[in-house]
Design a protein around this ligand. Structure first.
Ligand SMILES: *[C@@H]1O[C@H](CO)[C@@H](O)[C@H](O)[C@H]1NC(C)=O
Length: 367
């Protein structure tokens, strides 16, 4: 009898172990994004599981997500606030809970800054009626990186279904400091789902920290994604307004060998007007930018990339391409200092491990 009991106790313990192993699923940081775009959603859902099925998430994030609070911004007064600024003000410094700011449709003419002390904020719009956060700040009045309509400094920020634009006029090459950002993201572990960013020069300052953009659209003219972030852009349209002046998509700002940052564009779409667009340029000496499985229209300069007319940068830049397609992706005339990556070279940029997704990346919020 005693034997039997011990036996079944062992069996039960063993079964529990199997069950535990089967249910405590994670975000997988090692399985690369598939080459077939039709498989991306399946890949994403399999590797970025909801909170309840995760085990390696940052503990403060788990705590924050367990107690969500929704506050509503409606221009007509039917919500808790009529401006986004007031909604953000209501969130205390040292915030420890996920606060979803649900923003109704319409144009919000506000210059919004979310302070470093307010982590776990989500800005959420309805996908059918996306709010337009806009302001006309320029470098002349605010300095380049503070000209953004939305400045986000805290960690664990999420935006879904939001338009962020800068309504300052397009730089004409005469007015000083005419560059005008839509968004600056300076916090770590930030996620953007289905957001649209509109500007001209310097639309997005992807400033610092690990970031994930999915199903977004980013429009601009020159250096319109720039900074020292470490980011994956998945299934995102990069739309170039290229009818006058030089056009450049990415001006990644890596400066040393040991600086573990860079931009990875995967299954993106390079579109727009004009000709001669550079996929990236060496604004600093050691930028790291790759494009994989992306489509490129004929707007792209056949050379692909710019060393910023400094031949000494040719040895230090990391500009890579992997299995892109379309008329702009032809490798035959690419500048010598660029690389067509091997599968092994591309892999680190194709997995969520690049941004340590298993610690923080969660599926898109829904309300
Ligand atoms: C956002 O609002 C600005 C200012 O009214 C406007 O210029 C811009 O076209 C709007 N963007 C979108 C996508 O609706």
């Amino acid at each position: 009898m005693a034997e039997k009991i011990r036996c079944s106790a062992i069996t039960v313990a063993f079964m529990a172990m199997i069950l535990l192993a089967a249910t405590s699923v994670f975000s997988d940081d090692t399985i690369p994004v598939p080459a077939d775009k039709a498989q991306v959603t399946t890949w994403f859902n399999a590797n970025v599981k909801p909170l309840a099925e995760r085990k390696d998430l940052d503990p403060p994030l788990v705590t924050a997500e367990k107690e969500k609070k929704v506050i509503k911004v409606m221009k007509d007064g039917s919500g808790d606030f009529t401006t986004i600024t007031d909604a953000i003000k209501s969130i205390p410094a040292g915030n420890t809970k996920r606060v979803i700011v649900h923003i109704g449709g319409g144009v919000y003419n506000e210059k919004i800054k979310i302070e470093r002390s307010k982590p776990f904020i989500t800005l959420y719009g309805s996908p059918n009626n996306m709010p337009n956060l806009t302001f006309g700040g320029t470098a002349f009045h605010h300095g380049t990186v503070d000209s953004a309509s939305l400045i986000v400094e805290p960690d664990y920020f999420v935006a879904a279904n939001i338009i962020i634009s800068n309504s300052a006029p397009r730089p004409d090459g005469k007015r000083a400091g005419a560059q005008a950002l839509a968004l600056r993201i300076s916090g770590d572990k930030a996620t953007f789902y289905n957001c649209k960013l509109f500007g001209f020069q310097d639309t997005l300052c992807d400033d610092k920290g690990k970031h994930f953009f999915k199903d977004c659209m980013i429009q601009g003219t020159v250096d319109f994604i720039f900074g020292s972030g470490k980011s994956i852009y998945l299934n995102t349209q990069l739309n170039v307004l290229g009818d006058s002046g030089m056009t450049v998509i990415a001006a990644q700002a890596r400066v040393t060998d040991t600086n573990d940052i860079g931009y990875s564009f995967v299954h993106c779409e390079v579109t727009g007007t004009g000709t001669g667009t550079y996929l990236g340029r060496a604004w600093t000496a050691m930028p790291r930018v790759i494009y994989a499985y992306s489509t490129m229209s004929g707007i792209v300069n056949p050379e692909g990339w710019s060393d910023n007319m400094k031949p000494e940068n040719d040895k230090t830049v990391y500009f890579g391409e992997y299995k892109n397609s379309g008329p702009g992706a032809d490798p035959s005339k690419r500048a010598k200092f660029t690389k067509q990556l091997t599968e092994a070279e591309a892999k680190p940029y194709l997995t969520l491990g690049f941004i340590e997704g298993s610690k923080w990346l969660l599926p898109a919020p829904t309300l």
